[in-house]
Design a protein around this ligand. Structure first.
Ligand SMILES: Nc1nc2c(ncn2[C@@H]2O[C@H](COP(=O)(O)OP(=O)(O)OP(=O)(O)O)[C@@H](O)[C@H]2O)c(=O)[nH]1
Ligand SMILES: [Mg+2]
Length: 246
């Protein structure tokens, strides 16, 4: 049974069934380690561990969000140059669950053939990837809900799995601007994604100023809580070691 997130929430509540009564998983993202990188479908991890994907526009702050959650500075590559994450990079959590750092979209300088490859791959990944448990959609709070962000939602939501939107770089805003932005996105979701209301959460976030960290940890941790018992399961078959960006 999967717990429903609070609709358009700024806070998630509750836990998965296996940990009911305890306060979810304690820091489920600490001790994350790089696992492998995938440039194509056949390179995706095959062990079936549940995974959470971080998607978003190029330079939105996906890798920074993963690092902030994992409390590591250089787990996932962060770069001022857009389009640096070219592959799907996988990180393994102590529970055995995976975080997948997807290549950013919307970067104009990417050759058309590469863009087509990734559009096709990401569309298939979001729609068909069996272990995919939830999607963290990272948006720069200054430019939320672009057409490509909506495209991600349109590919993913029909799978009936939960999405949590991080409006990141919130540190660039005053508190009043933060509130306005969050309310605007909530309104847009209510208007355009009402059918999926119980599966979409949204919150403010900042990797640099650690805004909304506990909230994000709870939202995503809740998706993985039913699988936390995986920590007791023997480590999955090792992937061939590859490096980020290989
Ligand atoms: N001020 C501020 N800057 C941030 C934040 N998160 C990321 N950045 C900056 O934004 C830039 C891009 O961050 P990344 O985490 O590499 O973004 P990404 O989405 O992984 O980028 P690609 O992998 O290229 O798609 C870097 O210069 C980061 O330092 C944040 O919360 N606040
Ligand atoms: Mg990145």
């Amino acid at each position: 049974m999967r717990r429903k997130p609070t609709a358009y929430c700024t806070q998630s509540v509750g836990t998965g069934p296996s940990l009911a009564g305890k306060s979810a998983v304690t820091h489920p993202f600490h001790h994350a380690e790089f696992l492998t990188t995938a440039a194509d479908w056949h390179q995706l991890p095959v062990d079936g561990a549940p995974e959470v994907a971080f998607a978003g526009r190029s330079n939105a702050g996906k890798s920074s969000a993963i690092n902030a959650l994992a409390q590591r500075t250089r787990l996932a590559f962060v770069s001022k140059t857009p389009g640096r994450t070219q592959n799907i990079n996988f990180f393994r959590l102590r529970s055995g669950a995976l975080l997948a750092d997807l290549p950013g979209y919307g970067y104009a300088d990417v050759p058309a053939a590469v863009r087509r490859h990734w559009q096709h791959f990401i569309a298939r990944y979001l729609a068909e990837r069996v272990p995919l448990t939830g999607l963290v959609l990272v948006m720069d709070a200054r430019r939320p809900m672009t057409d490509l962000d909506r495209q991600m939602l349109d590919w993913f939501l029909p799978s009936l799995r939960p999405t949590h939107i991080l409006l990141t770089k919130a540190d660039k805003f005053t508190v009043a601007e933060q509130r306005r932005t969050l309310a605007g996105v909530q309104r847009e979701l209510t208007r355009d994604y009402a059918a999926h209301a119980d599966r979409i959460g949204v919150q403010l976030f900042s990797a640099t100023k650690k805004i909304g960290l506990a909230e994000a940890e709870q939202a995503v941790g809740d998706w993985l809580a039913p699988f936390a018992a995986a920590a007791a399961v023997p480590p999955a078959q090792k992937e061939r070691p590859r490096h980020q960006g290989e």
